[in-house]
Design a protein around this ligand. Structure first.
Ligand code: GLC
Length: 714
């Protein structure tokens, strides 16, 4: 079916009800899809629905699309949407875990895989990537983002948008791509006290330096849609924030895509205390530039009266409808409304290649935090090993929060993988759900199993329901019941290797301190078991690095490397400096931290900057792998503006690179900084100030291990 009608021509033919229908997104609300469709289908026939979320599968979607095309007055295809955050069927590590790979090419490839599977299931748009910069581990949604740094999140944005949408002028109409949706615009990660949905109150400087750059990068990468955050920004709810949605994103950045509200967020302008009623809420949101109302039915029920009250104009409605029709047009929905991929309804299967990619991601995500007594790598010969998991069923946990169509049955389990990797050692397994307390029977089970083992692999941490949306925790620690489990096992005096599953740093310094070997596994995806077996046995080295600072104490929150100096930097010898009486000001583990089996050292850093040229600053880091095994190291490049008005962060990340070195091999890594890279925001909006800058290189954000020198920009 070739489509000759332009979006403009289609708009001209729509009634007011149909126009508002294009701005209305519905979702199944009843326990069964059949009951939900009983509500949705009649409204589709009336032309009151433009898009649908949370329905997947060609078998479900095609009949609904058919009704829209053949039984509604305007025959405009529906836009089917779904949350695909870290895989659709082939689940990879949760975003925070995948960020620990510090590998933009990997981030792109996993998004491309997710897009292919999603498109095959007839879905056209995903509510991803999540680009919130997160610095508060009390906030459960840290699991869904790319960590604490705007530069990393900016690169993540570029990679994910390109991975989901592809590239090139007609990128969206191609098979195997989906429209992306950058979310949640903006500064959602700065919610007060890590309390989800609560207010955000930050300086404009902070907004521009930290929270906006990733979204601007997504816009420049051509992101098809943006989802404003639930929160208010200094009293202005994002769902009605005309300054950010229209003045900044559309007029200054040139965003020509669609703003899609978060779930019922338009109606929530009433409880926010901004709108007196649903009509006002609808008027405020549309006027701000919000195009689609997700499931609140605020536009359907409120816009006609908002028009009558003069809160909005028909031009406002037409502008939003036109953007929605243009998106559908770019997606090729008018040419091929049953869209994409397999024209048949072939079920999605996970190919060997897909599983290999999930394995690659799962190998690169875990972070080795401690290995004091070299319990790792596990030796091929020796006594028995007990895999003791408190996350049961641990296969389910590994698909993490926001797991789309992830199936726990697809998850490779650790005990079996470890047995395969260590055929000469006995591998036992005990898996029990333990978040609160263990009953006597469970206690006996644990002690009985642990007493028989020579080495214990203890897997503690969060299950998916303790993480993600509405997952704020006052105490982001190893759950209480598991502390008892740890104490019981540790009291046996056997070697314990602690593995922490979570979507955030777990601030349990006592337990971490009592264990000689600790690693963060995150929610590792379908290849969790096989990947961990390779890492634990040394078949693959740990290369993951922390994308967030790991606090030493809850009281330090928020703690991140990009904070500002003070007039009184912490001095342990001087009470009257910026320090605590009862604990450290430094994190337990800094951003970028992570151990590897190979011991690669940073020998020296040369900084070449010819004041005359001023074109670029070239940095060369010299490294030496003194160990007997090959290895990989990640180097981070920071700058610091020594004196600026207003002041800038103590460290600003401006690059990271990896280097592989064979045993006993020396090597070097080159970085190059242009003048624009010295701008105060990661997106280089503001010109770089003249003056003195430190240029520093190191393995993480601990300032004491950084090397470099001061240069002067004229
Ligand atoms: C949720 C989340 C958002 C998600 C949307 C649709 O409340 O805030 O990230 O995309 O609703 O599921």
């Amino acid at each position: 079916m070739s489509d000759t009608l332009s979006p403009e021509n289609r708009l001209a033919r729509l009634s007011l009800r149909e126009k508002i229908g294009q701005l209305n997104m519905l979702s199944p609300m009843k326990p069964t899809l059949e009951d939900s469709l009983a509500d949705i289908i009649p409204r589709i026939r009336q032309g009151e629905v433009g898009s649908i979320l949370n329905i997947h599968g060609r078998d479900n979607i095609t009949p609904i699309q058919k009704i829209a095309l053949e039984e509604s007055p305007s025959a405009i295809p529906l836009l089917f949407c779904f949350d695909v955050l870290h895989g659709y069927r082939s689940i990879v590590p949760n975003p925070l875990g995948e960020t620990a790979a510090f590998d933009p090419d990997l981030w792109l490839r996993t998004a491309s895989l997710a897009a292919r599977e999603t498109a095959q299931d007839a879905i056209a748009l995903t509510f991803a990537p999540m680009l919130d910069v997160a610095r508060d581990p009390r906030w459960g949604r840290m699991a869904e983002c790319a960590g604490e740094d705007p530069f990393v999140t900016l690169l993540y944005a570029q990679a994910k948008v390109q991975g989901f949408q592809g590239t090139g002028p007609d990128w969206l109409a191609k098979d195997q791509v989906v429209a992306a949706c950058a979310k949640h615009f903006a500064a959602y990660g700065a919610v007060r006290a890590g309390l989800d949905y609560s207010s955000v109150d930050i300086s404009e400087q902070h907004l521009y330096e930290v929270y906006l750059p990733p979204f601007r990068a997504a816009v420049e990468a051509g992101v098809a849609s943006i989802m404003p955050a639930f929160v208010d920004l200094g009293g202005m709810p994002m769902s009605a924030n005309r300054h950010l949605l229209t003045t900044i994103a559309r007029e200054q950045w040139g965003f020509d895509g669609v703003f899609i509200s978060d779930y019922a967020a338009v109606a929530e302008l009433v409880p926010h205390g901004m709108a007196a009623d649903l009509v006002e809420a609808a008027g405020y949101a549309l006027k701000a530039g919000m195009d689609i109302d997700m499931v609140a039915d605020a536009y359907s029920r409120g816009l006609p009266e908002a028009l009558e009250r003069g809160l909005i104009t028909m031009e406002d409605i037409d502008a939003s409808v036109l953007r929605v029709l243009r998106l559908k047009h770019r997606l090729g929905l008018f040419d091929d409304p049953y869209r994409l991929g397999g024209k048949d309804a072939a079920p999605i299967t996970i190919s060997t290649q897909d599983r290999d990619l999930a394995r690659e991601a799962a190998l690169k995500a875990p972070v080795l935090l401690k290995n004091d007594t070299q319990l790792l790598p596990l030796q091929t010969e020796g006594g028995s090993i007990l895999v003791l998991s408190a996350l049961a069923p641990d296969d389910n946990t590994m698909i993490g929060p926001w797991n789309a169509l992830g199936d726990p049955a697809d998850v490779g389990l650790l005990p079996a993988a470890l047995q395969q990797a260590l055929p000469k050692r006995r591998i036992d397994a005990l898996s029990l759900a333990c978040l609160d307390t263990l009953d006597d029977t469970q206690n006996m089970q644990v002690l009985d199993a642990a007493q028989k083992a020579d080495t214990i692999l203890l897997w503690l941490g969060e299950t998916p329901d303790l993480s993600g949306e509405a997952g704020s925790r006052l105490d982001p620690v190893i759950p209480a019941g598991q502390r008892a489990l740890f104490d019981a096992v540790n009291a046996l005096g056997k070697p314990v290797i602690l593995m922490l599953c979570s979507g955030r740093p777990l601030i349990s310094p006592e337990i971490i301190g009592a264990c000689p070997t600790v690693l963060a596994t995150w929610f590792l995806g379908i290849e969790a078991g096989p990947a961990l077996a390779q890492l634990l046995t040394g078949q693959h080295d740990f290369t993951g690095r922390l994308p967030v600072s790991w606090p030493a104490k809850i009281g330090q929150i928020p703690i991140y490397f990009g904070d500002r100096s003070t007039g009184r930097p912490a001095n342990p010898q001087d009470r009257f400096t910026s320090r605590y009486l009862d604990g450290p000001v430094t994190p337990l583990y800094p951003f970028g931290y992570g151990l590897s089996y190979a011991d690669i050292k940073l020998v020296s850093v040369d900084v070449h900057h010819h004041a005359i040229a001023q074109e670029e600053v070239r940095i060369t880091a010299h490294l030496d792998n003194g160990s007997r095994s090959e290895g990989e190291q990640t180097l981070f490049l920071f700058i610091r503006d020594i004196a600026s008005v207003p002041t800038r962060p103590k460290l600003e990340l401006r690059g990271f690179k990896k280097i592989k070195l064979a045993a006993q091999q020396k090597g070097s890594v080159q970085f190059s900084l242009k003048r624009a890279d010295f701008s105060r925001d990661a997106h280089h909006d503001s010109p770089a100030d003249a003056g003195a800058y430190q240029v520093l290189v190191g393995f993480n954000a601990d300032p004491n291990q950084l090397r470099g020198q001061t240069i002067t920009l004229a």
